[in-house]
Design a protein around this ligand. Structure first.
Ligand code: SF4
Length: 257
């Protein structure tokens, strides 16, 4: 069997795609807790979990707390989150004993009145999410996410171990999970629910861009409702250039159409 390069060796970073292929083959279909444990071991000290502290966030945060409560957890505090989300972050952090939760905030100097989302939501996401996240992840080689395949068609083919658009390793321990498994885990561990779930919010982001979903709708249908996008829309590539996700367009373009 081919020996895996040691990712603790900085020189082996160029071999990351090979390592990810092996990790996916060996652990891609493993239980979520195993994927998480492998990721924390392989990328020890160089991995952070990015959490929205949204509707389903408690599951992965709880799993993390069982293995290692000291792993950095990053919340993109866009300054436009629901106050309920910030309160929920406090509640979960205290309950799970997470010792390194970081609220990442944007430089608002180019959008001081916080209205950019009305004119160009992709640019707003770039300012308030992509740039601060890239800065916050500067010291990390890998990022853990709570993304799941069932959520959107864009996520349907994603792997548990993959390379993100910024070239960084991205690990999605819950990739294979469905809504029923999420609910069952939350119930089994008596996890507190985000307060907005009871009000019909199935996926929770910034207040101006999130609305409740109706029965039978896709869980993320309430995100950027009316726009042809289900993700943040802009990513910074590894070479520093900017990529707009296919289908993402600005609010202005939407109104013009
Ligand atoms: Fe701005 Fe909306 Fe993106 Fe939040 S989700 S950063 S408010 S466009």
């Amino acid at each position: 069997m081919q020996k895996l390069p040691d990712l603790h060796d900085a020189d082996a970073r160029t071999s990351a795609p090979l390592v990810l292929t092996h990790l996916e083959a060996r652990f891609g279909a493993a239980p979520a807790q195993s994927v998480l444990a492998v990721a924390l071991d392989r990328f020890e000290g160089r991995v952070a979990l990015v959490s929205s502290f949204g509707a389903e966030a408690a599951v992965l945060l709880h799993m993390l707390s069982v293995i290692d409560r000291t792993v950095p957890v990053l919340l993109l505090d866009t300054q436009l989150l629901f106050p309920e989300t910030l309160a929920y972050q406090q509640e979960l952090s205290a309950r799970f004993g997470l010792s390194d939760v970081r609220r990442i905030k944007p430089d608002e100097s180019t959008d001081p009145d916080r209205t950019l989302h009305q004119r160009d939501s992709a640019a707003c996401c770039h300012l308030r999410k992509t740039v601060p996240l890239e800065r916050a992840l500067g010291g990390f080689d890998a990022v853990l996410t709570g993304r799941k395949r069932f959520q959107t068609k864009e996520r349907a083919g994603m792997r548990s171990f993959e390379t993100g658009p910024d070239g960084r390793v991205r690990i999605n321990p819950l990739a294979n999970w469905n809504a029923e498994q999420i609910a069952a885990y939350a119930k089994a561990h008596d996890l507190p629910q985000h307060p907005l779930v009871a009000r019909g919010f199935a996926s929770i982001g910034c207040a101006p861009c999130t609305s409740p979903v109706r029965e039978g709708e896709d869980p993320r249908a309430g995100r950027w409702r009316g726009e042809e996008r289900e993700e943040c829309g802009i990513h910074i590539r590894a070479d520093g250039t900017i990529e707009r996700i296919s289908g993402a367009r600005s609010s202005g373009e939407r109104r013009a159409g």
